[in-house]
Design a binder for this molecule. Structure first.
Ligand code: FEA
Length: 131
């Protein structure tokens, strides 16, 4: 079974800027899947750094949209983003990427968090925004 995320309409929130950014996050995760076990440590590190930066940029975009629309769940949603960022910033990439097994563990964590967050938490906010 592939570890890649297959983008389909279930991921769509209907907010075009958010959907485009989610698609980019999925592409970065999928490029990590391709790279683990094949690329060198520096290449892997570059992809994870890209993911860290893009995720933070994306969270700022979403939080701005939520703030502008007066979304009541903003604080809770922002906390979820902050906890994820705290976790990924704590990753010791030199240790994790030195082991293929640990790299896959990290990938599974990232993939699980991202898909659950988009499909459940982001969609909750998108539905309210469009109500
Ligand atoms: Fe609430 Fe959007 O954030 N997607 N991700 N990850």
């Amino acid at each position: 079974m592939t570890a890649k995320i297959t983008w389909d309409s279930s991921f769509e929130t209907g907010i075009s800027e958010v959907d485009a950014q989610h698609l980019r996050l999925v592409e970065i995760i999928n490029s990590l899947v391709d790279a683990i076990g094949h690329a060198d440590k520096n290449t892997l590190k570059g992809i994870v750094e890209q993911l860290k930066e893009y995720a933070q940029y994306h969270f700022r975009t979403e939080e701005k949209i939520m703030a502008e629309s007066g979304y009541a769940g903003l604080a809770e949603h922002r906390d979820e983003h902050a906890m994820f960022v705290d976790q990924i910033l704590l990753f010791d990439l030199d240790v994790i990427l030195a082991s293929e097994g640990l790299a896959w563990d990290m990938l599974h964590f990232l993939r699980g968090w991202l898909t659950n967050h988009i499909l459940v938490v982001d969609k909750r906010f998108a539905v309210q925004l469009q109500a």
